[in-house]
Design a protein around this ligand. Structure first.
Ligand code: GLU
Length: 311
């Protein structure tokens, strides 16, 4: 109980620390549905490895996972197809470029996108997710998201999906380029719809904290004790989160904050300090790289106060 009370104070302090920074960011403007969101929202949730949850701020509001879903779809694609097959479609190297950059997509000998945490790589990974049709593939992703977050309410936000589909010309260009380079099997448009659906899965920061706790707990569900992800895959996911999870801020974030994390332009950040806890933050005001400004400050504060830096 004492431990929980201390964490509660720390979370509230972290929230207070992050709050003044939200005015330096703004919601993602390139997806019309996201541009409308109130930038002042801010919340943080921490899930201990026994499943107990501590929260501060706006923690019950649903928002779309966006790029955070890339961790989940990678794990699912590997579960369905095996590790070796998925990495015939995508590499493991960080780029240092923006998440939606195309510059490196047509200059490699094997034509593979660099890693699964950038859009091109995640689109290639989505193309591996199995099912008889789009609806079945969407359902598989939603079910997996519910398992990893422990929340049966998690679902696709179809207004965000429609907004992304209507404006996603860059992502469409990437999949067409990868198709012409032999990376994508089957129909690009269905894979792209699946990718937009996965990005539009909506959750709360408590759900992200739970997912983080599964990753921090070596793939084991904190409440049921069941293994949800094999250890080899958890290690891979956490490594890619460290090297590529925070867009072109990943290097500095790994050095200064030091927790495997994945950010999304919906304003969420998922963190998984190994063997410690899971953390979810939500703050839709983003910096120019696409990371939540308030969220970054909250994580920085918690990493310092709770000594969560992995090194
Ligand atoms: N759905 C977004 C896109 O494809 C995800 C971007 C992100 O969160 O980084 O542009």
């Amino acid at each position: 109980m004492e431990q929980i009370k201390d964490q509660q104070t720390m979370l509230q302090e972290a929230l207070n620390f992050g709050k003044p920074y939200v005015r330096y960011g703004k919601p993602a403007g390139y997806i019309p549905e996201l541009a409308k969101i109130d930038p002042n929202r801010l919340g943080v949730a921490l899930c201990n490895l026994d499943g107990t949850m501590v929260t501060a701020g706006e923690v019950d509001t649903y928002f779309t996972m966006q790029s955070i879903s890339k961790v989940m779809s990678l794990i699912l694609a590997i579960a369905q197809n095996g590790y070796e097959y998925v990495f015939t479609k995508v590499g493991m190297e960080p780029t240092g470029d923006a998440f939606n950059s195309m510059v490196r997509l047509d200059q490699l000998t094997d034509n593979k996108p660099f890693n699964p945490m950038i859009n091109a790589g995640a689109i290639a990974v989505a193309s591996c997710i199995r099912g008889a049709n789009l609806a079945e593939r969407q359902q598989a992703c939603v079910e997996f998201a519910r398992t990893l977050t422990g929340n049966p309410e998690v679902d696709i936000d179809f207004s965000v999906f429609a907004s992304e589909k209507a404006t996603g010309y860059r992502n469409r260009a990437m999949i067409n380029l990868m198709k012409s380079n032999g990376i994508i099997d089957g129909e690009p448009e269905e894979h792209l719809d699946l990718y937009f659906s996965i990005c539009s899965i909506s959750c709360t920061c408590k759900d992200l904290a739970y997912f983080g706790a599964v990753l921090a707990n070596n793939g084991v569900d904190p409440r049921s004790g069941k293994e949800l992800i094999p250890l080899r895959v958890v290690k891979l996911a956490r490594s890619l989160m460290v090297t590529c999870g925070m867009y072109d801020y990943s290097g500095e974030f790994a050095a200064t904050v030091g927790m495997p994390s994945k950010s999304g332009v919906g304003g969420g950040i998922l963190s998984a300090p190994i063997g410690k806890c899971g953390i979810g933050v939500y703050g839709p005001a983003l910096d120019v790289k696409g990371n939540s400004v308030g969220g970054l400050k909250i994580l920085e504060y918690l990493a310092n106060e709770m000594q969560l830096h992995m090194f």
